[in-house]
Design a binder for this molecule. Structure first.
Ligand code: NAP
Length: 529
């Protein structure tokens, strides 16, 4: 049952005065539940509980954290149809998408559960003492990763499960040993409450301290602002717009004690169409890209919003065929009226820029909240002159830039903002001749794809989901995959500590049987004392 209340630690609470409802974009009506925004005193209690919980939770064993994460996955599955139903009502996304996103969420939780159970992720590095060393004896130094403290997570509007309440940021932070306070996304507060209930149930079953998790409702920036400025909060995870991410980053850096904000924000994910590939198979590529541009109503951070090629009859054919295929697609429901309006406004603004042609001709029979896919084109010179064309149009949209030559193509790539992904469509002989294009693209992106589409983000250790600003605030880290745990920890070195007082990960006898670096050699070995 959805109550509309906040979870302040394990307790449901609603002392605030501001209320709001979520919206069903498919039906174009408000949903019935009333949510109560967290009050200042509730925020204070949630943070103070998280701070207290941290004292216990940071020391909890990998096995216990693993049991907690696995139990969250079990409890989410137990929500069954109730979760799928509210997900669809609050997002306009399909039941199939809800089920697959739930699967991804469960997979992420279980991956982190396995990681912390195995234990080597703490990166233990041991350099034993050398008392004989001349002229100065070498001290015993042992380093490992430890959790930062209470974390605030801002869930994404476009992934109500996998990048929200129990999504990647939360799973990684809990795995690291950090309590989490979720600032629930107002567009799917009901989905958030059900998932929060699953997390609290799992925390109770597995004996986690009260305050290890809280879920705060809000509609508007106040709750998030208070949380990010709170001295007991030690880091922030965010997925959403560049404006939102940047505002939180600025707030966090202006604090007396600045803290990291790991924000994953906008991206146009440039696709570079090299000439030979289009000569041979422009039909196949247009099929693939008609699917990729319109997938999930284009509401993916990896949506291919920009395609760039060199002027040629083959590029013309590709544009024509892609536009025809996309024009045949029916408009699809977007997440929320504000996202739909923002899509329509940005699409319209792009289409009236100098030199821009709309190649998919829109008919006027638009359905409220349903985004009609669009393909626009412009030549390289106009694109270079007009920074307005470089920004994300969040939705089923792509702009195709036609360059005069390879030099212009390289100049355009070099002038793009940082991106999550970049794609090269070519063949292995041709791509060798375009080394400077590939090098320019590598310099702008976090993931570079050869002959594929950027949509579809595999959850695994080799995935990099994060790129140079503004794709993310820190391109050295990923928001997807188990290595994302590194965002929520810091290294600490223990110098000359007695063996029995060291954390288990650093003890001579290696009681956790983890892989460690001992005087430069990686092994699970014990150290003879
Ligand atoms: P958003 O506006 O950035 O909001 C995300 C979350 O951050 C919300 O919970 C929001 O709270 C909070 N927030 C935003 N600005 C804040 C501020 N200045 N201070 C404190 N909290 C703040 O993103 P959205 O609601 O998900 O979607 C809006 C637009 O973001 C989309 O139209 C799209 O352009 C873009 N977007 C991009 C991606 C991507 O992956 N590239 C993903 C999602 C969205 P409130 O809503 O309560 O104010």
């Amino acid at each position: 049952m959805i109550t509309g209340k906040n979870f302040i630690g394990n307790v449901l609470s609603a002392t605030g005065l501001k209320t709001f409802k979520t919206f069903n974009p498919k039906e174009n009506i408000e949903n019935e539940y009333v949510f109560v925004e967290a009050s200042k005193s509730e925020i204070e209690v949630a943070v103070s509980l998280a701070n207290e919980a941290f004292k216990e939770y940071r020391e909890i064993s990998g096995n216990k954290k693993s049991a907690f994460l696995n139990e969250i996955a079990n409890q989410i599955l137990k929500l069954d149809d109730a979760l799928i139903e509210i997900y669809c009502k609050e997002s306009g996304l399909t039941k199939e998408r809800a089920i697959s996103e739930r699967g991804r969420t469960i997979f992420q939780l279980k991956s982190f559960a396995n990681l912390v159970k195995e234990g080597s992720w703490v990166k233990a590095i041991i350099e034993t003492a050398d008392v004989e060393r001349k002229p100065i004896p070498k001290v015993d130094l042992r380093k490992m990763l430890i959790p930062l403290g209470p974390i605030v997570v801002f869930g994404a509007s476009n992934f109500p499960l996998a990048y929200s309440t129990a999504g990647g940021d939360t799973a990684a932070a809990l795995a690291a040993g950090c309590p989490v306070i979720v600032k629930s996304h107002p567009m799917h507060a009901g989905t958030g409450e059900l998932v929060a209930k699953a997390i609290i149930k799992a925390a109770e079953i597995t004996g986690m301290p009260n305050g290890v998790f809280s879920n705060l409702n809000s509609s508007g920036i106040e709750v998030g602002t208070i949380l990010v400025k709170h001295p007991q909060i030690k880091a922030v995870g965010f997925t959403g717009s560049v404006q939102g991410g940047r505002a939180l980053f600025n707030l966090a850096s202006q604090r007396p004690e600045p803290i990291p904000v790991f924000a994953e924000m906008g991206s146009v994910n440039p696709v570079i169409l090299l000439p030979k590939a289009l000569q041979n198979s422009y039909e196949e590529w247009s099929d693939m890209y008609a699917d990729s541009v319109t997938l999930g109503s284009g509401q993916f951070c990896t949506n291919p919003g920009l395609m760039i090629g060199i002027k040629s009859p083959e590029l013309n054919n590709f544009i024509e065929v892609l536009a025809k295929k996309i024009a045949k697609r029916e408009p699809t429901c977007m997440l929320h009226p504000t996202i739909y309006k923002s899509f329509e406004t940005k699409k319209e603004a792009a289409s009236v820029q100098k030199g821009v042609d709309v190649v998919t001709k829109d008919s006027n029979n638009n359905v409220q909240n349903f985004g009609r896919p669009s393909v626009l084109t412009v030549d390289g010179e106009q694109f270079l002159k007009n920074p307005n064309l470089h920004h994300e149009v969040f939705g089923p949209f792509t702009l195709i830039v036609q360059c005069e030559n390879e030099n212009q193509l390289e100049e355009i790539i070099s002038k793009l903002e940082g991106q999550l992904t970049g794609t090269i469509i070519s063949n292995s002989d041709e791509v060798l001749k375009f080394k400077k294009i590939v090098d320019a693209l590598k310099n702008r992106v976090g993931r570079i794809i050869f002959n594929g589409v950027p949509t579809g983000v595999e959850v695994c250790e080799a995935m990099q989901h994060g790129g140079p600003y503004p794709a993310s605030t820190d391109s050295r880290f990923t928001a997807v995959g188990t290595l994302s745990i590194i965002r929520w920890v810091r290294p600490i070195s223990f110098q000359n500590w007695p063996n029995n007082l060291l954390p288990d990960a650093l003890k001579n006898e290696n009681p956790l049987n983890i892989s460690r670096s001992i005087n430069g050699e990686i092994s699970n070995k014990k150290i003879n004392s």
